[in-house]
Ligand binder design. Sequence first.
Ligand SMILES: Nc1ncnc2c1ncn2[C@@H]1O[C@H](COP(=O)(O)OP(=O)(O)OP(=O)(O)O)[C@@H](O)[C@H]1O
Ligand SMILES: [Mg+2]
Length: 271
Amino acid sequence: MNMQDSYITVDGRTIGAPVMEMKNITLRFGGVVAIKDISFDIREGEIRAIIGPNGAGKSSMLNVINGFYHPQEGEVWFRGAKRKPMKPHQIAKQGLARTFQNIALFKGMSTLDNIMTGRLTHMKSNMVSQMAWWGKAQDEETANREVVEKIIDFLEIQTIRKTPVGRLPYGLQKRVELGRALAAEPKLLLLDEPMAGMNVEEKEDMSRFILDVNDEFGTTIALIEHDMGVVMDIADRVVVMDYGQKIGDGTPDEVRSNQAVIDAYLGVSHD
Ligand SMILES: Nc1ncnc2c1ncn2[C@@H]1O[C@H](COP(=O)(O)OP(=O)(O)OP(=O)(O)O)[C@@H](O)[C@H]1O
Ligand SMILES: [Mg+2]
């Protein structure tokens, strides 16, 4: 990586060097080619959108970035080094956190407890050391609580802190799931359709929170989103996928005027 590569300016906003580089990634499930020879990068501090029609391979790509799927071909580079296959606990330690296309919360547990589960990777004390060093474990619990309380304030969900998440409206459940991902204090946050199924007002709220996370915590964000209006509003750069292939990559304006993208995606309704 040379110096010119360290920072680039996109629509007047300076974004950093690549943190994640996908190099010629191919992922197959039996005979299905979910991702076909795709390369792109995610740069420090940017909001990178991945868009494309249903079945394009977007969620699969997020799972490759996340280290959950291992591509048959290609390389994933993370912070300038080729990444080796990882175990789930190593993924979080590298500063990655995600939300899912289908909400994956503990429905019977409160908002607060769900967000606390996002701190698990930060809890060093195991049961034995908790018994032996009761004080230390309590300090850790207090520190974790502080992080979680800040997130609850940040996401403006104080009033539902005790509510079992299964009783919350869908839009708020999505917000709690974002809170749980934030509790891990990720450097790179992956969001799989954070606004799917939301009404206009809920989408505006979620867009604002995503922008604020990026702005206030400096978190790099990669998100999958179907709503083109949202993508145009919040993304710095966009990757477009169709049938497992990359058909566009650039600023929202560049992508919007790309004929292949218009043909494959923009004319197609996803509702
Ligand atoms: N675990 C899996 N096993 C087998 N096939 C899979 C698996 N996951 C995804 N696929 C297939 O890979 C292709 C891409 O799926 P993927 O879920 O990544 O698409 P997507 O772009 O996220 O779609 P959507 O917009 O519907 O969420 C599809 O043909 C899908 O059926
Ligand atoms: Mg998907």
